[in-house]
Design a protein around this ligand. Structure first.
Ligand code: ADP
Ligand code: MG
Length: 323
């Protein structure tokens, strides 16, 4: 396993009317080549902010992000363009990230030209990429509005691939698509990760798809990862009460998100996070110390990591049962 990304104690802050909002409040995670890491958590918990910090759209206030062996903060001006090509981001709304006035062939070719191809070769390679994502070669001469949502997402994936990335951060890449395109685009991403031996951070509120395609899953709550482990560990034996609540969540009928069960209230405002464990006001298993002491991230005997006072470093996970 080759580690391609190492995020340690990453903090990302927004400025809200002069006040700092810590949307990402100290995150540690790693990503290996060929691996899909699912990132889940309720809306507003900081998933998109973390994704943008990983690809460098947002700056970290503290912490380190090491990608492909280089510390992102220390890259020189000359190194940065290549770095950003190696780490691509795919967004929920492909329409927003494609230029409506340029033919899609030209948009895909841009990345290939930057990578060293001639314009003529690049257009040919763009056709290969379109084929790879399941679109016809003659699509190069068309404009984004001539395609369906699912096809546009395939185009933005082809454009990301043009940069020959080492890793992709996909932020809700299938959430805006109709049900049949969702499965197809998810399968496409899985196949591409394998074929190109890329790493992918797959951000989604759709837990069933995350379960199906991920190798490991990171569970985020109010700016922090509370548990990170394999799909089996997370679903068969969650060790954090928030993970437990999430995996028993019921999806909203309109497909916009999910309702964790047995969880009173909403995600607190990150401007004034709760003391101790940030989850304690909503935790059905909270103990007095949870309001006082922030739980450290601890690695359990099965290799997963969790931030919960119920769990002990190096020990087997204590089974969490609620209700
Ligand atoms: N541009 C912004 N300015 C200020 N606050 C923001 C901005 N974007 C997001 N936030 C806040 O940061 C927190 C995390 O948001 P986000 O990363 O979008 O969460 P998620 O993707 O998990 O829904 C939320 O409290 C949100 O309101
Ligand atoms: Mg988001």
């Amino acid at each position: 396993m080759k580690e391609i990304l190492n995020v340690s104690n990453a903090v990302v802050e927004y400025d809200r009317q002069g006040l700092k909002v810590r949307a990402v409040a100290g995150v540690d995670l790693t990503l290996n080549a060929g691996e899909i890491l699912g990132l889940v958590g309720e809306s507003g918990c900081g998933k998109s902010t973390l994704g943008k910090a990983i690809v460098g759209i947002l700056k970290t206030a503290h912490g380190e992000i090491v990608f492909d062996g280089s510390q992102v903060k220390k890259l020189t001006r000359g190194q940065r363009p290549k770095h950003f090509r190696n780490l691509q981001m795919v967004f929920q709304d492909p329409y927003g990230s494609l230029n409506p006035r340029r033919k899609i062939g030209a948009q895909i070719a841009d990345g290939l030209v930057v990578g060293g191809s001639s314009r003529k070769d690049a257009l040919h390679e763009a056709q290969d990429l379109l084929e790879k994502v399941g679109l016809p070669r003659n699509a190069i001469d068309r404009f984004p509005h001539e395609f369906s949502g699912g096809q546009r997402q395939r185009i933005s994936i082809a454009r990301a691939l043009a940069a020959a990335p080492t890793a992709i951060v996909a932020d809700e890449p299938i959430s805006a698509l109709d049900t049949s395109s969702q499965a197809q685009v998810a399968n496409l991403l899985v196949n591409l990760v394998e074929e190109y031996d890329m790493g992918m951070v797959f951000i989604s509120h759709d837990l069933s798809i995350v379960r199906r395609i991920s190798d490991r899953v990171a569970v985020m709550y109010l700016g922090k990862i509370v548990e990170i482990g394999t799909v089996d560990q997370i679903w068969n034996n969650p060790s954090h009460p928030y993970t437990r609540a999430l995996i028993s969540a019921i999806p909203h009928a309109d497909g916009t998100g999910f309702m964790p069960q047995d969880l009173p209230g909403d995600v607190p405002n990150p401007m004034s996070p709760p003391s101790g464990c940030r989850f304690h006001p909503r935790c059905p298993l909270a103990m007095p110390e949870c309001a006082e002491i922030e739980p450290a991230f601890r690695t359990l005997s099965d290799g997963r990591s969790v931030a919960c006072h119920l769990q002990t470093e190096g020990s087997e996970p204590v089974s969490i049962s609620i209700g």
